[in-house]
Ligand binder design. Sequence first.
Ligand SMILES: [Mn+2]
Length: 287
Amino acid sequence: MNFGGLSERDSVFESSQFVVISLPYDETASYQKGTVDGPKAIIEASAQVELFDEELESETYKLGIHTYPAFDISGKPEAMIEKTLNVYRKLMKTDKVLVGLGGEHSVSYGPIKAYHEKFPNLSVLQFDAHADLRDGYEGEKFSHAAVMRRVCELCPVTQIGIRNYSKEEYPLIFGKNNISTFLWHKTQPLEKYHDVILNTLSDVVYVTIDTDGFDPAILPATGTPEPGGLSWKDATGLLKEVALHKKIVGFDIVELMPLENNKVSDFTCAKLAYRLMGYSALSLGAL
Ligand SMILES: [Mn+2]
């Protein structure tokens, strides 16, 4: 099964602008397990996404979307990161846009490291309920709860939707250590903050979307849900502004924990992945 249920012609590697990479991993999850099944659920739901994007009025899939063959990343975080990094480094010798599907949030580190190697002026835009700035969690330096701490050691990070952070993380927030944090309760309505958010980003942006950044009312299938958070309009409104002013060179969507009897979250992630491919293409002048 490939992303979008596309024909061979629209999904062959050589001519595809986008490569969808499954990152099924949940070894350090702290509350509930199940994000390992996220990538498969998003790809399954993507077959239901209308290929004509109603907002962009485009058929993004005609740029080509290749689904990369599955590879095993289970095991210790360091080994998972090494494996992911190698795949990304190899694929980044092309000019394709890589789309990672998680998996818990720790899977984002390898992709961001590879992107930063290629684009030294990279900045990262993160949607998340959690700051993920702990210096390790339960003894694990590369835990899902510490991933953005590791990322901000590489490049600047801008955090949106944050409404859960520890006392230890608090001094790191508010403009220090490469981090611009927009606390959810202090950034309402979000569109009022678009300009100041854009000003924290460099010209080359990697987007990492933790599904719990969304309001769990619209995206309940996530491992560590938190009340409040982004609406669909908040998310797409900001991402479109980013696309109009910056280059979106890669992105990932992580922490989907599929539910058996409720597919709304799977579909939302699939549609968001497709919309973000469109925004990326728009930002790179390909649409
Ligand atoms: Mn989170």
